[in-house]
Design a protein around this ligand. Structure first.
Ligand code: CS2
Ligand code: MG
Length: 408
């Protein structure tokens, strides 16, 4: 069996999804996702200029060897651009493998450990009342796990990270399209004085029978993060996400010395080498890598196995930028992983997105159910894709009140 061609498409409804389609001489094809949010054309170029020319003629069944060829075989390794490109190839090869076997991917991993995988929704509000409405909406929809973000008094809108327009909190989707970054203003002191009590009020209103998650989005110093984690311990968070920037892993030691609040990290990681020490030293509770810029299924499965040895659970990244292809890859891993925790989930559901990526995967009352279709169980409609083209976008840039650039 041989790979005969491969093509990359960039575009989608309100998002620049980067979709790879690999064709074989036996008519079977596979698809993969290389969407690197706000830098989408870069993995697309890496694929078309460098990787696809080598892929042609390879045996698509040798997904491990092909992964090693593009990872180990490159002199300059890792990084989100290269790993997103490798990740897309790897997903497409697993898709082909499943189609050859006539089995859904979770069967190739070892079968289901659960029927539905719990997902968490994004509740957000311009202020706490608005956030409460948003949480109530998701609770009524049946979600057991909700991430909560709200505007902080005294900070301009956008402070507090991922804050919705008033009245639109339940439909909040991060939209970064535009010709330059928006500027967000941040003040850690105001945040630290407000957010712990706000989390307490949420518990008072909704009780403890709800998995409550909160994302700090890399904004605090290690000492501040330790203090914050200690203060919110009483509110029994399911997790506290990205309390500090991911580069300084020793920060996690400081947090651990002061608190037992569960810590989730890893949405910006792109290899097992970014998280092996954190996992082996028990400095985190949830690993948040993604199939896209984490190097695909081959790479994620290794991370899941390492995490399982150290009682670290999964909580894969599932921001709106992930296409239904990577969400399907993660869906199959979630169905299998013995150490599954929760899945962030926002993408499927709009008619345009469903038309571009048809699938039978189902989301019901806060649980994701993978279909039994062979492979990834999601398709890509090339005719639909012709409706879309690349639109430039940027992540916001954060500044402190005195103008100093801070972590987004
Ligand atoms: C966020 C992301 O989903 C999350 O937890 O931290 O939405 C993040 O801001 C984006 O993925 C950035 O691309
Ligand atoms: Mg996050």
């Amino acid at each position: 069996m041989k790979i005969t061609s491969a093509e990359v498409f960039v575009g989608g409804p309100g998002k620049n999804y980067v979709t790879l389609k690999i064709m074989t001489d036996q008519g079977i094809y596979g698809i993969g996702d290389a969407t690197l949010n706000t830098r989408e054309t870069l993995p697309a170029h890496y694929l078309t200029e460098y990787l696809i020319p080598c892929l042609i003629g390879m045996d698509p069944r040798k997904s491990e060897d092909i992964w090693q060829f593009f990872y180990r075989g490159a002199y300059f390794r890792r990084g989100p651009i290269a790993m997103a490109a490798i990740g897309a190839i790897d997903m497409a090869l697993w898709d082909i493998k499943g189609k050859i076997a006539g089995l859904p991917l979770y069967q190739l991993f070892g079968g289901k450990s659960r029927e539905g995988a719990m997902v968490y929704a994004h509740a957000s509000g311009n202020d706490l009342e608005d956030l409460m409405d948003s949480i109530a909406y998701y609770r009524e929809e049946g979600y057991q796990a909700v991430r909560v973000q709200c505007g902080i008094p005294g900070m301009p809108k956008g402070g507090g990270y991922a804050v919705a327009d008033k009245g639109d909190s339940k439909n909040y989707i991060t939209n970064f399209l535009g010709n330059g970054p928006k500027i967000e203003i941040w003040n850690s002191d105001k945040y630290m004085r407000y957010m712990p009590d706000a989390l307490g009020e949420i518990r008072d209103r909704f009780g403890f029978d709800m998995c409550l998650l909160h994302d700090v989005h890399h904004r605090l110093l290690p000492r501040e993060a330790a203090q914050f984690a200690k203060e919110v311990e009483q509110h029994r968070l399911y997790w506290l996400e990205d309390p500090t920037p991911a580069e300084d892993q020793s920060a996690l030691e400081i947090i651990r010395q002061h608190s037992t609040t569960p810590i989730a990290i890893g949405e910006v990681f792109n290899s097992i080498y970014d998280c092996n020490k954190l996992i082996q030293s028990n400095l985190i509770d949830f690993i948040r890598v993604s199939a896209t810029y984490g190097g695909g299924i081959t790479s994620l499965k290794r991370i899941v196995d390492l995490a399982a040895l150290h009682n670290v659970q999964t909580g894969f990244h599932g921001a709106p930028s992930h296409s239904p292809i990577s969400m399907a890859a993660q869906g199959h891993l979630n169905a299998w992983a013995p150490n599954f925790g929760v899945q962030e989930y926002l993408v499927l559901g709009t008619p345009e997105c469903d038309a571009l990526f048809p699938s039978e995967h189902k989301m019901e009352k806060g649980f994701f159910y993978v279909s039994d279709a062979p492979g990834l169980g999601v398709d890509f409609d090339e005719n639909e894709a012709t409706r879309y083209e690349f639109e430039r976008g940027y992540h916001p840039v954060t500044r402190l009140e005195d103008g100093t650039v801070w972590n987004y």
